[in-house]
Design a protein around this ligand. Structure first.
Ligand SMILES: *[C@@H]1O[C@H](CO)[C@@H](O)[C@H](O)[C@H]1NC(C)=O
Length: 297
């Protein structure tokens, strides 16, 4: 503070000297009152500069916080009011029965995090922030659906919503609130003793339509592209993400099929995963096939 006063004094002197040494006519019409005004406004502008500088510094710190990949983001969460207590097999991701049973039913719909289906299968740690009811750990959910209500990022299954609480009583209180403040962060999915598994859609039939979803993808990266290759000449084609987690093509090649999955990380790194096992020539709609590979976590 004393430094600022010294600085003010210095400014006052320089303005005063400046005016004295200028054209005497102007100097005569410049009253002390005007000089004080000049000084005051300069002090003000220095103060606003300082405030601006401090604000910029703070903003810089906030920006660093926002790009921290392991940090929690504040939001709100609700729960499915009228559905089963656990997951749903009709979620927008198209996971089928995986969506109803996976992770013990700790699943969620998301709004922006859905990312046109790329977010399907991603895992998030979600914890509510009311210290009277909520545990520190919260719950880890798998994304199986899209939706939002009351400015929420997450609509959890009832089971997952209750599991953010410290106790059974606290869970009842949480559920009574309906919508709560939360913090969330992306975490690795973990499916012990499971390989990435291809679930062929029931409506698939050779040679007209081939659709599938991938179950049990571990880790915290996204599958952003899938190639389907025939195994004789290794001619590959990129598949379309028709909706959610569902990959499709209207003209599947004949013979055993081999997949390639492009794994993309938040930091822009990309790598192709190549399954050990092919999809057999006589694949059938509704069947599941083990790829023989998994992402290490
Ligand atoms: C996963 O795939 C490997 C072969 O790559 C196989 O040995 C293992 O049994 C598979 N695990 C499961 C749980 O099916």
């Amino acid at each position: 503070m004393s430094q600022l006063m010294w600085f003010n004094g210095f400014l006052f002197m320089s303005v005063y000297i400046g005016v004295l040494s200028a054209d005497p006519d102007i100097a005569c019409t410049t009253t002390l009152y005007q000089l004080l005004l000049i000084n005051a406004s300069m002090a003000l502008s220095i103060q606003s500069l300082l405030i601006l500088f401090t604000t910029l510094l703070l903003k810089g710190t906030l920006l660093v916080a926002e790009t921290c990949s392991n940090c929690f983001t504040h939001s709100r969460a609700a729960y499915y009011p009228n559905s089963d207590e656990q997951g749903t097999d009709v979620g927008a991701c198209g996971f089928g029965s995986f969506g109803a049973t996976i992770n013990g039913g700790d699943v969620s719909a998301v709004s922006d995090l859905y990312r046109n289906g790329v977010g399907c299968g991603a895992c998030y740690q979600v914890r509510c922030t009311n210290s009277n009811y909520c545990s520190d750990k919260g719950v880890t959910v798998v994304i199986t659906d899209q939706g939002s209500s009351h400015d929420t990022d997450f609509i959890l299954s009832q089971r997952a919503f209750g599991r953010m609480a410290q106790t059974k009583d606290a869970a009842a209180s949480l559920l009574a609130l309906g919508v709560v403040d939360i913090e969330y962060r992306r975490v690795s999915c973990s499916y012990p003793n499971k390989n990435i598994t291809i679930k062929i859609d029931e409506n698939s039939n050779y040679p007209h339509y081939f659709a599938f979803v991938l179950w049990y993808q571990q880790g915290d990266k996204d599958i952003t592209a899938v190639q389907l290759c025939e195994t004789q000449n290794f001619v590959c084609k990129l598949l379309d993400r028709s909706h959610g987690a569902v990959w499709t093509t209207n003209s599947p090649p004949s013979g055993p099929l081999s997949l390639r999955m492009l794994l993309s990380g938040e930091d822009g790194d990309e790598s192709w995963i190549i399954p050990v096992n092919n999809i057999p020539e006589n694949w059938k709609g509704g069947e599941t096939y083990d790829t023989g590979v998994q992402i290490n976590v």
